[in-house]
Design a protein around this ligand. Structure first.
Ligand code: ZN
Length: 244
């Protein structure tokens, strides 16, 4: 009896060890795949960065280069130095590639014809928005995009962009950026880049509020995104209480 039990026990252990080995093999293979994908992504990002600089190095500083970026793009000093102006997608999930490309082309054509003199201002913040929902039509991002659309109603404003970047990127220069391009108005460009940056900081206040509420046991439903009409009221009260 004891012998049979020992045999069964041994067999179970063996199967379990085999399963564990199999799991380890799968995890190791997945990690290798992720590392390879990350490496490819890094190469791709390096290429974009260097291509922009390469294009700039081949043309004179007066040749306008307009660039469109995914709003998850990480704007770096090198990229911004190479570009004359930058426009970002304003939809997430992205569905405005064509419109953004068209706008960039339009600004370029107007520049070439001497109809506009673009001035670009940008801000880079040590700010990352946590994962979760950041669709353009939902709170907390929708108020920022609405504010940007209002800014663009001013004929002096050629474009404004917001780059909340992506938290899973691995760059020393990683952070949220904002960009404003105006027709010859430096002060306005600086002011608008600041205003969008302020909106971004405001938004993180909302996320801190959400984090606290969830830690206190509140459900995420209706809270984030703030589809429940009680949420903005609670947020206002929280801000008052916390001086945010
Ligand atoms: Zn994206």
């Amino acid at each position: 009896m004891a012998k049979r039990f020992a045999f069964r026990f041994e067999t179970m252990l063996k199967i379990r060890r085999q399963r564990e080995d199999e799991h380890k093999r799968i995890v190791a293979a997945r990690l290798r795949e992720i590392a390879a994908a990350q490496e490819q992504l890094a190469v791709f990002h390096r290429q974009i960065r260097e291509e922009l600089a390469a294009i700039r190095s081949r043309v004179s500083a007066t040749v306008p280069i307009g660039v469109t970026f995914d709003l998850h793009a990480n704007l770096t000093r090198k990229r911004m130095d190479a570009a004359t102006f930058v426009i970002g997608y304003r939809t997430n999930p992205h569905r405005d590639h064509y419109d953004v490309g068209y706008s960039a082309g339009e600004i370029l054509m107007k520049t070439i014809r001497g109809e506009v003199k673009h001035v670009m201002a940008w801000r880079k913040m040590k700010l990352l928005k946590g994962g979760g929902i950041n669709g353009d039509f939902l709170s907390p991002m929708s108020p920022i995009f609405n504010a940007m659309r209002k800014m663009e109603k001013d004929p002096r404003v050629l474009s404004v962009s917001d780059f909340p970047v992506h938290i899973w990127l691995d760059y020393p220069e990683l952070g949220w950026s904002t960009v404003a391009v105006t027709d010859g108005d430096r002060t306005l460009a600086e002011k608008l880049a600041d205003e969008i940056a302020d909106e971004a900081v405001e938004m993180t206040a909302f996320e801190d509020f959400v984090t606290e509420e969830v830690r206190n046991g509140r459900s995420i439903l209706g809270l984030y995104p703030a589809t429940d009409e009680q949420t903005p009221k609670d947020f206002a009260a929280w801000r008052q209480k916390n001086g945010r």
